[in-house]
Design a protein around this ligand. Sequence first.
Ligand SMILES: Nc1nc2c(c(=O)[nH]1)N[C@H]1C(S)=C(S)[C@@H](COP(=O)(O)O)O[C@H]1N2
Ligand SMILES: [Mo]
Length: 321
Amino acid sequence: MLFRFLKPSDVKSSEITPANIYHNRREFMQDGARIGAGIAAVAALGLNSPEAKAESRVLENITHNAAFSTEEKKTSYRVVSSYNNFYEFGTKKDDPVRNAHSLRPRPWTVKVDGHVDNPGDYDIDDLIRPHALQERVYRMRCVEAWSMVIPWVGIPLVEIIKKLGPTSKAKYIQFETLVDKKQMPGQNRRVIHWPYVEGLRMDEATHPLTMMAVGLYGRELPNQNGAPMRLVVPWKYGFKGIKSIVRISFVEKIPRNSWKRLAPREYGFYANVNPEVDHPRWTQANERRLGEFRRRETLMFNGYAEEVAHMYSGMNLKKNF
Ligand SMILES: Nc1nc2c(c(=O)[nH]1)N[C@H]1C(S)=C(S)[C@@H](COP(=O)(O)O)O[C@H]1N2
Ligand SMILES: [Mo]
């Protein structure tokens, strides 16, 4: 039993099962039996820290969107919240869960600028609250060839875009993460250029699958998953899903996203999941779903080809990787 740190008596079932939506208790609390040893060790380490035990707040009035959800087995909450990439808190997978307690997700202001009718400084609650929260279970695929299935809570990004009103000059949307060395100690090291920057072409940003997430498993986002709001684009590699967003800019030119800026031969702007285009240092043809042993074949556009392939027709995806 690898998860001996978390005893069932530590958490009452009424606290871990969101009252408003159904989640299988086994998915939420799944023990280490089916999880590979390395991952289990990381997850156990994470859960042994006090902050990992403090569950985030339950979100009210969430509608489960079955039409946009996979029915594949969800990755357990403990793995989703303890095996993370979030370089602002360190470069190891278990750094974010151990260090992200210093992030303060409220109050939280988002600056909106560029080619847009309604620029300004928005309180996160004014951006999100007018819209109905949805739960969508998405397959997520990291560029490092591991994958998860995550029940996100959020709103379609297009709802925010409609409210902000981009002008015809806006061809791309660009996002930035908070820069604050006190809250994000990993920013004391220049492992990547701060702020973390990501972006989407406007048709990708307004695609109905693209979400601004504020929660997972029926609760507010744990800090290590990008509280209080982060992007979710399920047909792209995970690095497009920028966390803890403080700025949204509507721009004419293609954004200079962080990973492409750091290593342009290895990471592109589009970052569409594509089993036919390998990373220079490893294959992208298959992946390890966290919690499973046998590797899976990676699907074109992470299995969302029917919904998104039309946006890239006529584009050379080997060149535009
Ligand atoms: N600001 C910021 N956003 C980020 C990252 C990061 O280091 N900093 N890592 C990205 C990568 S590589 C991945 S795979 C996903 C991981 O999201 P998760 O930890 O919620 O699963 O976040 C992405 N968003
Ligand atoms: Mo990633």
